[in-house]
Write a new protein. Structure first.
Lengths: 161, 118
């Protein structure tokens, strides 16, 4: 699974459970990586696709808190929201994540922060949804064009076989 | 415009591959085409059971069978695999982009909150 350069993101798409797992290491202590997830002023500056801006309405990152923010760019905007179910400093954030236009498509996310020593941190982010269709939509999110083109190609392959 | 909500091909592919026997069949077909009888050999199941698995794989577009040849060997559609892999890779790349921005922020962040007030 681990390939090329030292910090490339790894992805696991589970065949048996509708989840996606992303693993990434950072050259920064766990406290910093954790704070970059809990401080809205920092979070809004790195989350979302390249070239998109985030505007935060609510971001109360503590157990029982919630969040809501708008991502916009490229003539598109969308609202995202969820609940912080469990927040343990420098250890774990368990939250829901939802694109408001698809209210039923909620994912349960577990973000684990692992102190690797020497000021390095491993981040493991697992998103679980309630169906494989939902998981696929999740993978397909933010790449509308690619997926539609892909489906057309797949249609063509299916028609030919 | 094609309605993609009616069918979910990617999902069919994933659920077809959710079964260990079917994953095994796909792995064997990656080496080369094989007949149903050949595919059934290593398993403690009937040819009918293997045929059932093949129907699911066929339905997802992962395998095809030639109609004319008498042996009707089963063929793996590598292109469908590539397609799925590409989607996953794209998703991975989006995460990587996001985390590279985070890398940049982590470099500029003070080591702890106390230092921020200084």
């Amino acid at each position: 699974m681990t390939t090329n350069t030292k910090h490339e993101t790894q992805i696991i798409v589970d065949p048996d459970v509708p989840l996606v797992r992303i693993i990434r290491e950072f050259e920064a202590p766990v406290e910093k990586v954790f704070r970059a997830h809990t401080d809205p002023e920092i979070f809004k500056q790195w989350t979302g696709p390249n070239g998109y801006e985030n505007e935060i309405e609510t971001f109360d990152c503590r157990t029982g808190g919630s969040y809501r923010y708008k991502t916009s760019g490229d003539g598109w905007e969308g609202w995202f929201r969820g609940s912080f179910h469990e927040v343990r400093p420098n250890s774990v954030i368990i939250q829901t994540f939802n694109y408001e236009d698809i209210p039923d498509g909620v994912s349960l996310d577990r973000i684990e922060f692992e102190d690797l020593g020497d000021g390095r941190t491993r981040l493991t982010s697992t998103s679980l949804v309630d169906s494989f269709e939902g998981r696929d939509a999740f993978i397909a999110s933010g790449m509308e064009v690619g997926v539609n083109e892909g489906y057309q190609r797949l249609d063509a392959i299916l028609a030919a076989s | 415009m094609v309605d993609y909500t009616a069918a979910d091909p990617l999902s069919d592919v994933f659920s077809a591959l959710a079964d260990p026997t079917r994953r095994d069949i796909v792995a064997r077909l990656a080496v080369g085409d094989a007949t149903v009888t050949e595919l059934a050999e290593p398993y403690d199941v009937t040819v009918q059971a293997v045929s059932k698995h093949l129907k699911v794989l066929e339905g997802a577009g992962l395998v095809s069978r030639s109609r004319d040849a008498q042996r009707r060997p089963v063929h793996l559609e590598a292109e469908v695999f590539d397609l799925m892999t590409k989607w996953i890779e794209r998703y991975r790349q989006l995460a990587e982009e996001r985390y590279r921005r985070l890398d940049a922020f982590l470099e500029t962040m003070p080591d702890n909150e106390k230092e921020e007030g200084k």
